[in-house]
Design a protein around this ligand. Structure first.
Ligand code: ATP
Ligand code: MG
Length: 415
């Protein structure tokens, strides 16, 4: 993509009311556009990153047998009344129609997925089943000050599973827990898992996946000597206590962002929708249900919070909007421009996704924008590099610079 054609431009400052670092950087670099508190549009650069995050999640959910769907986000109020959520869920957006009907905007999907599963899974032979989707959720959040980490409209991957028995549910629950660790590490993050109460969803246990960052809204304590981690809100543990798991170190306190969770929903929703299936002996039984969320946009915001410096974003390769940022410093020399154009075509022919800064602006502006946008590899073509017979390669994360012969570029980028 030629940067001269990219319709977003970088900006010097973020909107004054934007306090979160993730949104400040993403807005300044042109990834997202703020519509109002808690609501953002995703621009071409932002959609590239979000889509790559979603694809990582999709691969890991498919690997545990999840089947992707796209369920409705405009919900009939009847379903929410049937579970008590209409009056019980404080963040639910309710809509009145001119035909005097009432609707809810999906804040979670149990009210839709349970009747769907009831229709298709009528026998033990149809179980277990796990269905998921990746899409928009709407919540009437009281505070929306964390940029894309807490939106009123935001992205979520939500999966729901139905099982014949508690044992089978627990088998799958552990599988998803492992898949979640893969998702977060592929996104360049270190996630810790806490065991926490299911809160409003159920009284059963759940796991919360936490990434340490001051931008997070959760307070946790964790142990450096083992994997122990607990949410302060629900556990009695506090900073300085001896780790209850390994006894080897004292617990440390930190702020963290909950990027995902897995819940044991028991039979709450099958009860509400009278969902039974036939057992092999002919008797009817209610399935055990689990739900598994990942905040896709919160995950993107968390990556920015954790992987950025004072110049801008430092995307991990796995979710970066482009593999490389090609920059031409022509100083008005047509030969240099032609050389950069040629390199751009070569990269495209090799299916390497590259952002090509072909704009007629000062070198300093190009470099500052490249630092802000945060693509992992920068390739510079200039009078100097041409005289040395190569291309300058700069790593955004390490700051290291080197000269590579043009013949070695493709190999360097696909490595
Ligand atoms: P929180 O305690 O942060 O409000 P939650 O317990 O309400 O989260 P769930 O309802 O289980 O979260 O949603 C699943 C995932 O969706 C969360 O783990 C989080 O990553 C993400 N998420 C929840 N609310 C928001 C929001 N308002 N904006 C962005 N992401 C969110
Ligand atoms: Mg919430």
């Amino acid at each position: 993509m030629r940067q001269s054609k990219l319709f977003t431009k970088t900006r010097k400052s973020a909107p004054k009311d934007e306090v979160a670092k993730n949104a400040q950087l993403l807005i300044r670099a042109g990834y997202i556009h703020k519509e109002m508190a808690g609501v953002y549009s995703y621009m071409p650069l932002g959609l590239r990153v979000l889509s790559r995050i979603e694809q990582i999640i999709r691969e890991e959910m498919n690997a545990v047998g999840g089947q992707e769907t796209q369920m409705a986000t405009l919900h009939p109020s009847e379903n929410w009344k049937q579970t008590g959520g209409w009056d019980g869920v404080d963040v639910l957006f309710k809509i009145n129609s001119r035909t005097e009907k009432e609707y809810a905007l999906g804040q979670s999907e149990e009210e839709i997925v349970t009747p769907i599963a009831k229709e298709y899974a009528s026998s033990y032979k149809d179980l277990p089943v796990a269905i998921y989707q990746i899409g928009q959720k709407y919540r009437d959040e009281l505070r929306a000050k964390s940029g894309i980490m807490r939106g009123r409209e935001f992205g979520m991957k939500d999966m729901y599973s139905f099982h014949e028995s508690q044992e089978d549910f627990e088998r799958f629950y552990n599988l998803v827990k492992e898949a979640y660790f893969k998702v977060f590490s592929r996104c360049g993050l270190n996630a810790k898992v806490t065991e926490a109460s299911g809160g409003a969803f159920s009284e059963k246990l759940s796991y919360e996946f936490m990434v340490l960052t001051d931008a997070g809204e959760d307070d946790i304590v964790y142990c450096d000597a083992c994997t122990h981690c607990a949410n302060v809100e629900v556990s009695k543990a506090k900073e300085g206590d001896t780790c209850p798991k390994c006894s080897k170190a004292q617990l440390k306190a930190a702020k963290a962002a909950e990027v995902g969770n897995v819940f044991d929903l028991g039979q709450k929703y099958p009860d509400a929708f009278d969902f039974t299936f036939k057992m092999s002996d002919g008797t009817e039984k209610k399935p055990v249900m689990g739900c598994y969320g990942i905040g896709t946009t919160r995950l993107m915001g968390t990556i920015v919070e954790v992987l950025s410096d004072d110049k801008g974003i430092v995307w991990p390769k796995s979710v970066a909007p482009f593999v490389a940022h090609l920059i031409s410093i022509t100083g008005g020399n047509a030969d240099i421009a032609a050389e950069a154009d040629r390199l751009y075509e070569l990269l495209r022919e090799n299916n390497i996704d590259v952002l090509y800064d072909d704009r007629d602006v000062r070198a300093g502006e190009k470099f500052n924008d490249a630092d802000l946008i945060g693509i992992p590899v920068r390739l510079v073509v200039s009078e100097k590099t041409m005289s040395q017979g190569g291309v300058e390669v700069v790593s955004r994360a390490m700051g290291t610079t080197g000269l590579i012969a043009e013949s070695g570029i493709i190999e360097h980028l696909v490595a």
